[in-house]
Design a protein around this ligand. Structure first.
Ligand code: SF4
Length: 324
């Protein structure tokens, strides 16, 4: 987080600041979302939920969170599990690399922090897969330390609340919003404040259709009722399927295969409906990235293939399995 020298809300008097705090906290008491990880002070629950929420919608996390906690109830249980078990349990959450980062973080917590999830932000940021948001969230929600939090929802709310934004997709630079968030943090009710800001961004001050009429902060917000939809992007651009989609399809397919294995030529057909030379080279490229990330292992006959990127034999010789 980069510090900014300039004050964040230059014309915000103490009275207005207190009003904003009271208005949001009152709204949160009535309308805050009932999320299972909020009913726990266990930093492990917070860590898991925040990890899952990094790129997955709340509704989906709500479904998977209890299953995960049942399967891996503690950091130690998660660290002990095989990578394959973790990847299998992550099914349905997307961005599978996060599952392996989470597993690596659990191992590191066991080995370097005696099994205790750190409360120190810098120690958390040193763990695999932790950015500033996750580190601050674990510190605030798991240990009730008074620190600001900026996720995409909070960034949007604070951008609109502090400046006269004209378009719905306009936001201040992230570093500036961290400073705003720190400057507006209430002295005591910071936990509910941070949760409330996130909920307001998720339900009222949304990306496309902010409901300023029902917003508890509308009288203090310079953007209230003024936001115009951003111009639609050109529909004529044909986007290529991102590589991560193909990677996700391979892992999902292997999750459901007997012994979690399949031949590379079948994977090629699965992804591209054909296996001519161009597609073969594409599938090898995709498989090589999965191998690099430790998600799969490859064999040809009984021989391990250490580097799929250099494989030149026929694809039907190449056997791909989910990592052990
Ligand atoms: S008044 Fe509108 S733009 Fe301002 S914080 Fe509330 S919902 Fe967002």
């Amino acid at each position: 987080m980069r510090a900014h020298a300039s004050p964040s809300f230059p014309r915000l008097s103490d009275t207005r600041r207190r009003y904003i705090h009271r208005a949001l906290l009152r709204w949160y008491a009535q309308h805050g979302r009932d999320l299972p990880w909020r009913n726990s002070d266990d930093p492990y629950f917070v860590l898991i939920s925040e990890y899952m929420l990094q790129q997955t919608q709340v509704a989906r996390v709500l479904k998977h969170f209890p299953l995960w906690i049942k399967r891996f109830p503690t950091t130690a249980a998660l660290a002990r599990a095989s990578r394959r078990a973790v990847l299998l349990a992550w099914s349905g959450l997307g961005y599978n690399r996060r599952a392996l980062s989470l597993h690596a973080a659990a191992k590191e917590i066991m080995e370097r922090h005696n099994g205790r999830i750190p409360s120190d932000i810098e120690a958390l940021k040193a763990l695999p897969g932790f950015g500033p948001y996750t580190a601050h969230a674990v510190t605030c929600f798991g240990y009730r330390h008074r620190v600001p939090i900026v996720d995409v929802n909070i960034r949007r709310v604070l951008s609109r609340l502090s400046r006269n934004m004209r378009e719905t997709d306009a936001m201040l630079p992230e570093a500036e919003v961290w400073t705003l968030a720190a400057s507006l943090l209430p002295p005591r009710a910071f936990y509910n404040w941070n949760q409330g800001l996130m909920d307001l961004g998720a339900t009222i001050c949304t990306a496309r259709q902010p409901d300023c009429e029902h917003c508890p902060l509308s009288t203090e917000c310079p953007s209230a009722g003024r936001l115009q939809s951003a111009p639609a992007r050109s529909a004529s651009v044909i986007r290529e399927t991102p590589r991560r989609i193909y990677r996700g399809r391979v892992i999902e397919h292997l999750r459901h295969r007997p012994r979690h294995c399949d031949r590379a030529d079948r994977l090629c057909i699965l992804l591209f409906s054909s296996s001519d030379a161009v597609e073969q080279s594409r599938v090898l490229d995709i498989l090589a990235t999965l191998q690099n990330d430790g998600m799969i292992r490859a064999t040809a006959g009984r021989r391990p293939v250490e580097d799929i990127g250099t494989f030149t034999d026929s694809l039907d010789m190449l056997h791909i399995c989910l990592t052990d």
